[in-house]
Design a protein around this ligand. Sequence first.
Ligand code: NCD
Ligand code: ZN
Length: 429
Amino acid sequence: MRVDLVIEGKAYLDGRLIEAAVAIDDGVIASISSPALAPSSDERVVMRQGQIMLPGMVDMHVHLRDFSQAYKEDWYTGTLAALRGGVTLVADMPNNDPFIDSLERLMEKLEIAARKALVDFTLYCGAPKDLREIPEIRKIACGLKIYPEDYGKLLSIINHLEGDLVVVHPEDLETIMRERRLIAKPTIEDHGRIRPRIAEIRAVENMLRIAGSGRIRLHLTHLTTSDSIMMIASSKLHGATISCDATLHHALLSSDAMRRFGGIAKVNPPLRSREDADAVLNAIRLGLVDAIVSDHAPHLLEEKLRSSYDEVPPGFPGLEIYLPLIMTQIMDGVIPLKTLDLYSRRPAEILGARKGALEPGMDGDVVIVELGREHVIDPSRFASKAKYSPFEGWVVRAEVRMVFLRGVLALEDGEPRIGMGFGRHVARS
Ligand code: NCD
Ligand code: ZN
């Protein structure tokens, strides 16, 4: 047997780092063996000391914008940020302008993404306007994304679904509106009071009741409290088909960041107390959440620096720093090596993609990470158009050196080696 490419070095296999040769042929991992038993290949990459080989990372919650918000991010800059962060599959949210809630809009987005993407992608659809389109939408979208405004529609949608992925943003809108009315002129630091933890807990309770029908695979995104994480863990034990995720900003940052960064650190749901953040970090450590997501939500710096609370859009970019942050936390002994699965294997499984693990039959997505050298996170150098971060100044000790996408060298030392449109739509398997 002769293959296209063999990459040799220390590889993340089955939760451990092992000296191995990963053989890729026709874009797919053909075999994994000890280096001595590797097949002959047209090309051979031998990694250096201090480098490790990981599967391409999978981020199942990003906002790559484009359309009328291309000034915030477009599918080229957003997927270059992904590549630089070692992410080879992104699942993009539907809250574009225009909102993606029909087959037609979904196809428009598919066209833009297919033309510009550097990494592979899947798309969520919002609550569909016309329920008769659901059978067609399900063929294209990886799942539905339900925002707090659309909880009411969920009940009628559910009857048209058959085991589909439904990602829910859990925050109870009534609670939020009531709290908002209590504060005449809020500042950024009131954000956590306006969107309190109880808003999340109520929404999670509500969703867990709905999920019981078994018609959907419910996935609750960006959890921020121990209460909601525990409720979900317990309902999993009782047999519910349900999964959840958390971000690193809710695990590693607290509301203190709002004092330091102002509107830059405004995000939904809000950054919370140190205790809540520790609970989220603990849930990541123990694998109580199924995935880590960046919720990459770029806005222009000017927008984030507006003086009025209501006019500062929530969210910030994360794609290019997530893998370095996770690796650094692993090296610091804060979280186990296995945590890598939460940003690769598990989200790929939830999305139904043949990615996220170094295993025969998976796409030949490989990230070579160099460990050791200290880097200070400098958002002014982001590929994203959103050049700021509440992680600014954090020191990481992991750097993405090379990314292979389906066996093709896609990025080397921060520079793309593939053209716009190399990224492919990943259909549901
Ligand atoms: C998201 C965005 O900017 O698209 N922002 C965020 O703070 N997560 C929207 C949202 O999920 O509320
Ligand atoms: Zn989001």
